[in-house]
Design a binder for this molecule. Structure first.
Ligand SMILES: Nc1nc2c(c(=O)[nH]1)N[C@H]1C(S)=C(S)[C@@H](COP(=O)(O)OP(=O)(O)OC[C@H]3O[C@@H](n4cnc5c(=O)[nH]c(N)nc54)[C@H](O)[C@@H]3O)O[C@H]1N2
Ligand SMILES: Nc1nc2c(c(=O)[nH]1)N[C@H]1C(S)=C(S)[C@@H](COP(=O)(O)OP(=O)(O)OC[C@H]3O[C@@H](n4cnc5c(=O)[nH]c(N)nc54)[C@H](O)[C@@H]3O)O[C@H]1N2
Ligand code: SF4
Ligand SMILES: [Mo]
Length: 687
């Protein structure tokens, strides 16, 4: 494919998006001129989002990094000189060897996330390198770990209703997810269900793009979802809408739950959530009366202090009815558990000389860089842009500015983070590499093979870390394996029956290989919870000092309908979810995508705006003790008063403080050590 100058070639969307679309790249004179959806993909069926339709703008962006660079000015300023790969590798390996000797290898920390979802890129050769090096480990908890822990406490593993089934649901609840922007093919499937008569309910803190499309949008105060979920349970038990036989057979703790939910009266839940009691009654009746209700649990509601328990509470709901037994019914948060590959073979933890090495939580990178006991002396950032995406930007930035910290950044662009690096290395785009992709939503595994030659002197993650490994003197054969060897090993994983029959040769032949979903038929009989049942009651949580039954715990930083913000120093709740045209902070530097988003906005309720003399279109300053964010106000009643919303993770620009994470906290959530981006309080002033 790479040699052919013209033609249409299959590819995979590499972005951290549940849909993992099949793509077709149109090449002319050796360059990609068009990115389209591949109609042969069984789930994504040729439809793709606008972001990726414009992907060629990113691949051939004039500012793509083309060769290694060494910093020449102060950290953060962006002054660099060109160096060769040999010089770069030599400097990195010399520094790493010297640091390992003087401070121990745990003084070196990798910092990565899923900027490219390729398994070999982010869970492959990179892991081998840091394992063999004996570096500190990174707890990758910036995205969904609170919610995943909450879900697992009920269902045992990271899998729920599979997408194609949801067309058979008659009630679909999208809870804390903006799927019109973030999971567009679930919208397509939901539309099919709707044509068959399904009703679509969206529960969110603001009427986002998905709320505008729903049949019924229910706004609530941030962080109060657990109260609503348990309030629905109260009504289901009260009105006999529960299925006693299902609960007896499949659940643990339904009798305790029946008593526990009594306090969650519609009146109490209304006063906490801000939802009128009659709407809570109507929602519970709709849910309990449905034939097969499906709940899509989004990422938004778990980015809170109480996010783990919120997801846990919602995950319990279907088990009070018999919806799990009906086609299309049930719930899902992520389906990543079905396609887990052979991590031992991919990541080679056996290469690690120090299995007990410390773990640093990526949400606390600012704090970690300030440690004086066993300090972090070197940082290797790839597939992530922490200066934009990590909470508490000021703290992160002062960590990155440390003169004695040796920082390497591997990326396609001079990101806000790369500006703080000592050495910047050019990365390839995924279309230049071989890799394997799985989806955390659908059940097809896909292969990417190089479609275009490498741009500039860029290297893939696999090339980079195998080169570095060999230069460090790690002589294990793991550092000489080809991508195809690695894929074959990753797929050879008898412990996961769903991977049965998925092979490299199958991927080469068919491009889309479906997991073997046979075990899904007995999903409820094989739950890997401690009791093997759906755990409405969790002994493990109780042991950890957390509520054992679904429970509403108020936010540490934030308000609800009872504990109001009025009169406080920072009276408003600040929610900063992703926007439609960026993918986290990716595309924030691409003119086409910027133009579609125009600029960062702050949605503020007319009552809150009036109190502050703010008019639509005014420049405003949003602040709290952690930092400042400068945006343009959009006065709108899309939220309840007391909440302001700003979508999108923008890079720093000259003259404007436009990084939302300047305001957010690095506090950890109740479960999974997850991030708490949305439990943030602020004040807003006209500029
Ligand atoms: N276009 C686009 N697509 C993306 C991304 C992107 O940046 N842009 N990012 C990708 C990634 S990494 C992820 S994790 C997913 C995330 O995608 P989603 O699962 O959709 O999650 P978010 O967009 O973070 O938040 C969804 C909604 O939760 C709401 N919310 C916030 N707090 C609460 C609350 O307390 N209760 C309730 N009910 N709702 C609340 C927010 O207002 C927001 O509308 O999207 C992926 N897809
Ligand atoms: N305030 C607030 N903050 C948030 C969120 C929010 O909703 N609100 N969402 C959070 C969530 S859910 C997530 S998942 C994180 C996402 O945070 P990140 O994972 O950091 O996501 P991106 O900002 O997209 O940065 C990915 C980087 O990887 C680079 N990259 C792409 N491909 C490759 C490659 O092959 N090799 C290398 N070396 N680099 C590559 C890209 O150019 C880009 O700079 O952000 C979190 N931060
Ligand atoms: S970002 Fe998501 S919807 Fe867009 S092409 Fe990629 S996988 Fe598909
Ligand atoms: Mo995420």
């Amino acid at each position: 494919m790479i040699e052919e100058l013209n033609g249409v070639f299959p590819a995979v969307c590499p972005l951290d998006c549940p849909d993992t679309c099949g793509l077709l790249l149109h090449k002319k004179d050796g360059k990609i001129v068009k990115v389209a959806g591949n109609p042969d993909h069984p789930v994504t069926q040729g439809a793709i989002c606008n972001k990726v339709r414009n992907m060629a703008e990113r691949v051939y962006h004039p500012e793509r990094l083309l060769h290694p660079l060494r910093r020449t000015g102060p950290k953060g300023e962006g002054a660099f000189e060109r160096i060769s790969w040999d010089e770069a590798i030599q400097e990195i390996t010399e520094r790493f060897k010297a640091l390992s000797e003087e401070y121990g290898p745990e003084s070196i920390l990798p910092y990565s996330f899923y900027g490219n979802m390729g398994v070999l890129s982010v869970d492959g050769m990179d892991r081998r390198f840091f394992n063999a090096l004996g570096s500190s480990k990174l707890k990758q908890s910036i995205c969904n770990s609170a919610g995943t822990a909450g879900w697992k406490s009920v269902m045992g593993f990271n899998g729920g209703t599979i997408p194609e089934e949801t067309v058979h649901a008659d009630v679909i609840i999208v809870w804390g997810g903006n799927i019109v922007s973030t999971n567009m093919h679930q919208v397509v499937l939901t539309e099919k269900a709707r044509k068959n008569g399904a009703r679509v309910v969206v529960i969110d803190v603001h009427r986002n793009q998905t709320g505008q499309w729903a049949d019924w949008f229910i706004p609530l105060h941030p962080g109060t979802d657990a109260a609503l979920a348990v309030g629905i349970m109260h009504i289901l038990f009260r009105d006999g809408l529960v299925n006693e036989e299902f609960m007896r057979r499949y659940t643990l703790g339904h009798e305790e739950l029946r008593t526990h939910v009594k306090e969650y009266t519609p009146e109490y839940v209304s006063s906490v959530t801000g939802i009128p009691a009659e709407d809570i009654e109507r929602l519970a009746a709709m849910y309990g009366g449905a034939e097969a209700a499906y709940i899509h649990i989004g990422n938004g509601l778990q980015h809170h202090d109480n996010g783990g328990l919120a997801v846990r509470s919602i995950a319990c709901l279907p088990a009070l009815t018999d919806h799990w037994l009906k086609r299309g019914g049930g719930a899902s948060k992520s389906n990543g558990g079905y396609n887990s590959m052979n991590d031992e073979a991919l990541e080679r933890p056996d290469l690690r000389p120090n299995p007990e090495a410390r773990t640093i939580n990526m949400n606390r990178i600012g704090e970690a860089l300030a440690m004086t006991d066993k300090p972090i002396k070197a940082l290797f950032v790839y597939c992530s842009n922490p200066l934009v995406v990590a909470p508490d930007t000021e703290r992160v930035q002062s960590g990155f500015a440390r003169e004695d910290l040796f920082t390497v950044v591997h990326d396609l662009f001079m990101t806000d983070t790369a500006k703080y690096a000592d050495i910047v290395l050019p990365a390839t785009s995924s279309f230049e590499n071989t890799d394997v992709y799985s989806s955390y939503w659908h059940q097809y595994i896909q292969l990417q093979e190089p479609v275009i030659p490498k741009v500039g002197e860029g290297k893939s993650n696999v090339e980079l870390f195998s080169l570095l490994g060999r230069a460090m003197g790690f002589n294990d054969a793991a550092f000489s394996e080809t991508e195809e060897d690695m894929i074959a090993r990753a797929l050879d994983h008898p412990a996961n029956p769903y991977l049965n029959g998925v092979t490299l040769s199958g991927l080469k032949e068919f491009r889309y290989v479906k997991l073997d979903m046979t075990p899904y038929a007995s999903y409820l009989d094989n739950l890997p919870t401690p009791s093997g049942r759906i755990e409405l009651y969790s002994a493990a949580l109780e042991k950890a000092g957390l509520p054992s039954l679904p429970t509403y715990v108020p936010l540490k930083e934030g308000y609800d309908g009872i504990r109001r913000g009025r009169g406080r120093k920072y009276p408003l709740m600040f929610i900063s979810p992703p926007n439609h045209n960026f993918l986290n902070s990716t595309f924030a530097n691409v003119p086409k995508h910027q133009k579609l988003e125009k600029e960062p906005f702050l949605q503020i309720h007319p009552e809150d705006a009036e109190e502050r003399g703010i008019h639509d279109g005014d420049e405003v300053t949003v602040c709290n003790d952690r930092g400042t964010y400068e945006v343009r106000a959009k006065v709108t009643a899309k939220m309840l008063p007391g909440t302001v919303v700003s979508q999108g993770l923008w890079w720093e620009s000259e003259g404007r403080k436009q990084r939302a994470n300047a305001l957010t906290s690095d506090r950890l959530a109740d479960l999974g050590q997850g991030a708490t981006f949305f439990s943030t309080v602020v004040e807003v002033k006209r500029k």
